[in-house]
Design a protein around this ligand. Structure first.
Ligand code: 13P
Ligand code: SF4
Length: 332
């Protein structure tokens, strides 16, 4: 019985002998042109994947690009919820995620049945969800947000509005502390950002006293308190470019360092280490599932494809569009 490549690809990933393809980069470029496809990549992707992409950005940039593109096919070099967001914003396009198992621990920490119950128990609250959630969660959300616009979205609401925020507890605490608003927070987290070790980071600062800690708001409170700057991936990138320092400890997934080095190669970037001493950085294994090989295969077969029910798309689009409107109004 032969192997059904298309079926296996749709479910996950198949390790075909693409080594026979002489130059993956060249072939990907050719396929992109032939099929009118665009590759969108998140900053956490491997350097080779970022370099082949048409756009590299944070969650907010990429959702905007997905909404605007006139390409027929969107290859999402990122994780499942990002590709779903692209499909929700561009339902007429074919959206491909090169490895169907590229998930997200944070999205997984918020199952829809439990989140719905949380909402039902708190009638009268406005539901704000981080984009790092499934399409189903977005269907029960009032406004979506990313780490780039979360503060502005909350501040755009009337001061007495009661807010229910999910799923990231660290980002939720960060927003509550910064805005002083009445916010109930879902107890979810991202394993990549939770495992940074404050002790190991302090040791690096002892060795390089001029090192500045720059952190993502998904980091634990203790790590946030050590940071000179807290922001989304694109805000961290902007900070290190504009700041007058020379050495930084980067408390987020280390893929972003590729862009930092490109923009300011003369500066030094040290990935924040996790508590596990056998590792020097905290890698998101989901983001790293995407490589040139599966991008090539996904473009060849136009699989694995993201598909969603029309009703889900319609309901999930509302909070994302509201987020984009508020962001546009606030110049984010
Ligand atoms: P941003 O790119 O929006 O900062 O989000 C980071 C993240 O955790 C994506 O998974
Ligand atoms: Fe999800 Fe964390 Fe990976 Fe981002 S870094 S995709 S939040 S698991």
């Amino acid at each position: 019985m032969g192997v059904d490549i298309r079926e296996i690809l749709q479910k996950g990933y198949i390790d075909l002998p693409v080594e026979q393809v002489p130059d993956l980069r060249e072939e990907i470029e050719k396929l992109k042109r032939k099929k009118n496809a665009v590759i969108l990549a998140h900053y956490y992707e491997d350097a080779a994947v970022q370099d082949i992409a048409d756009y590299v950005g944070d969650s907010l940039d990429l959702s905007r690009k997905a909404a605007e593109t006139d390409a027929q096919i969107i290859v999402f070099a990122g994780v499942h919820f990002m590709a779903e967001t692209a499909k929700i914003l561009s339902p007429q396009k074919k959206v491909i995620l090169p490895h169907m198992k590229a998930g997200c621990s944070l999205a997984d920490s918020c199952p829809v049945s439990k989140f719905k119950k949380f909402i039902e128990e708190h009638a009268g609250y406005t539901v704000i969800s981080y984009v790092n959630t499934t399409a189903d969660i977005k269907t029960v959300t009032d406004i979506a947000c990313t780490s780039s616009n979360a503060l502005k979205i909350v501040q755009s609401l009337p001061e007495n509005e009661k807010i229910l925020f999910g799923p990231d507890r660290n980002l939720g605490e960060y927003i509550r502390n910064k805005t002083g608003r009445d916010i109930l927070i879902w107890n979810g987290h991202c394993h990549v950002h939770e495992r940074f070790s404050p002790e190991r980071m302090k040791r690096i600062v002892k060795k390089y006293p001029e090192a500045k800690i720059v952190a993502h708001p998904e980091c634990k409170q203790e790590v946030q308190e050590m940071a000179v700057f807290i922001g989304s991936t694109s805000q961290m990138l902007k900070f290190v470019q504009e700041d007058d320092g020379n050495i930084y400890i980067i408390a987020t997934e280390p893929g972003i360092i590729h862009q930092m080095k490109k923009k300011k190669p003369e500066k030094i970037y040290i990935p924040a280490p996790p508590a596990d001493y056998s590792k020097d950085s905290s890698i998101c294994e989901y983001m790293k599932m995407i490589d040139l090989k599966n991008i090539y295969l996904s473009l060849t077969y136009e699989l694995p494809e993201i598909t969603l029910e029309a009703e889900t798309i319609e309901k999930a689009a509302r909070p994302i569009r509201r987020m984009l409107e508020i962001s546009d109004k606030n110049g984010i």
